[in-house]
Write a protein that binds this ligand. Structure first.
Ligand SMILES: [Cu+2]
Length: 157
């Protein structure tokens, strides 16, 4: 009798686990879009970039910090590729006004790299909208050791 009720509990447990599996799968898919962003509390264009990410399905945790450089260096992004804010998602540094679509591409491809950067603050990048002005800019993929290659280009040609 005791053994029988144990078996019944086991069977119920198995059913519960099977029922929850799709939920766990959905959570696992949603989780990679959780990004931490380190920015100055005074930075307006950083806020606009955060809005851009949220509008594209990212869950953004904002950390207002005095010196974003500390985080940039901590995540391995060289200062020469620096911008106004540093994000961190899935083990990658995301520096500056990187379009949300490129972060998704990075997470899908998972290359061995430090992360992505849009150095400086080009007008017309997400969060840096200035009317009709759209300056050309590159999104760079930065490898450990600091070598960079073009990951995506915007407003060219
Ligand atoms: Cu900015």
């Amino acid at each position: 009798m005791q053994r029988r009720s144990f078996m019944r509990a086991l069977a119920l447990g198995a059913i519960t686990a099977a029922a929850l599996a799709p939920v766990a799968g959905a959570l696992a898919q949603a989780k990679p879009l959780a990004i931490d962003v380190y920015k100055s509390p005074l930075c307006g264009c950083c806020e606009d970039w955060v809005k851009h990410l949220r509008g594209n399905g990212f869950h953004v945790t904002v950390h207002d910090v005095e010196d974003t450089g500390v985080y940039r260096q901590g995540f391995g992004m060289p200062d020469r590729f620096g911008s106004c804010h540093t994000g961190y998602i899935g083990g990658y540094a995301i520096e500056g006004h990187v379009p949300a679509a490129d972060i998704r591409k990075l997470l899908a491809a998972r290359p061995k790299a430090v992360g992505l950067t849009v150095p400086g603050m080009p007008a017309g990048s997400p969060g840096m909208e200035q009317g009709p002005r759209k300056d050309p800019f590159d999104v760079l993929l930065v490898k450990a050791g600091g070598a960079a290659s073009v990951f995506a280009s915007y407003n060219k040609g």
